[in-house]
Ligand binder design. Structure first.
Ligand code: SAH
Length: 336
């Protein structure tokens, strides 16, 4: 529950609203595991909470440590389902990449997370729990969050909005919206809804291709929300929020990596001041795609730069531990 929801909840128990604020601090700032540890709450309320509520924590199912400091967790949720969370160390601090759904129903053809479909949405508490469990294991603070793990965040809209409220609250772990990135495959109506919230987070769009023909080959969601609609929604989003969008562009050999494609991409997003992140596609089992080689990616980047588009090649972390999301969960399901 968000702080507001907790306040409503305790009012329903006949308690003053500020008790909800206390509960929120205990769970999200001090992160205690039991109601008994909440020493400033009345005994009667603690008993009532113990009878009717629980504080759930995620269990570490598996943990893989990369040579570069990246750690990949397979966390077990209270109902037994598994999701993945990645811990990354950068010069500016620690970043956690969270999953937002158990599985995914978007069907991107290159992605391991969607291969078994969607099992269920994650709750706001479970998503926050990924960060808390990783912090507890690492014994360190987190400065940045990316919603780029398993699942489509905007397909679990309400829970993700509650999660953002919880982790950005000054009464919890207080992560500033500007240190949060949310990535979407392009659910146009939800992008418009998000714009209305005017959050200061960074919206990342998994664009991957500048034409419908090319994008539909990679992402079925493009049949519902074609490129022109998506870019129009992005321009509206920038206008509404005053925040620049970033585009993710996973490079697939022979599909979206030609010089003509760079030109089409530049034309499509011209004038947006947007940033393009180039990523070699990570080959996963059952995917028909292979990655563009490093030299060709650099040529594509240089071409975009000449055309006035700000593009960088994403540094890869954790390649020795299959840290790209979806792979560990899939292996674990297979061996079960
Ligand atoms: N559902 C959201 C967020 C999760 S995926 C989204 O689609 O944006 C995070 C990013 O990884 C997305 O840009 C996604 O397209 C990309 N991705 C997924 N599988 C990949 C792979 N095998 N290689 C490279 N990028 C991949």
């Amino acid at each position: 529950m968000t702080e507001e929801q907790l306040k409503e909840f305790v009012k329903g128990l006949g308690q003053p609203a500020f008790r909800g604020g206390q509960l929120f601090k205990w769970m999200h700032e001090k992160r205690v595991d039991s109601f008994a540890a909440m020493t400033d709450l009345p005994k009667a309320l603690i008993c009532r909470l113990e009878e009717t509520c629980c504080i759930e924590r995620l269990q570490i199912g598996q943990k893989q440590q990369s040579r570069d400091g990246t750690v990949k967790y397979l966390f077990r949720l209270p109902d037994g389902n598994c999701i993945e969370t990645v811990w990354m160390q950068y010069s500016y601090g620690n970043t956690v990449c969270v999953s937002t759904q158990v599985g995914c129903r978007m069907g991107c053809r290159f992605c391991a997370s969607t291969q078994g479909g969607k099992v269920r949405d994650m709750t706001a508490g479970e998503i926050a729990g990924e960060i808390y469990a990783a912090m507890a294991d690492q014994g360190q603070r987190v400065s940045h969050i990316v919603l780029m793990g398993i699942g489509e965040p905007l397909d679990n809209f309400d829970n993700v909005m509650d999660f953002l409220s919880i982790i950005s609250s000054p009464h919890g772990i207080n992560i500033g919206m500007r240190n949060i990135s949310l990535s979407t495959c392009g659910l146009v109506p939800r992008i418009a809804e998000l714009a209305q919230r005017r959050l200061q987070l960074t919206l990342s769009i998994s664009l991957h291709a500048p034409t419908d023909e090319m994008r539909s080959r990679m992402m079925p969601v493009n049949d519902a929300y074609p490129v022109a609609q998506l870019i129009a929604a992005c321009r509206d989003y920038q206008e509404e929020t005053g925040r620049r969008i970033s585009f993710e562009y996973s490079m697939v050999r022979g599909v979206n990596d030609s010089p003509e494609t760079a030109e089409r991409l530049a034309k499509l997003i011209r004038g947006m001041g947007a940033h393009v992140n180039l990523i070699p596609i990570n080959p996963v089992d059952g995917s028909p795609f292979t990655a563009t080689d490093a030299a060709a990616i650099r040529r594509f980047q240089a071409h975009l730069t000449r055309l006035g588009v700000n593009a960088t090649v994403r540094r890869r972390l954790g390649t020795d531990i299959s840290a790209a999301c979806g792979q560990l969960r899939r292996e674990a399901k297979r061996s079960e």
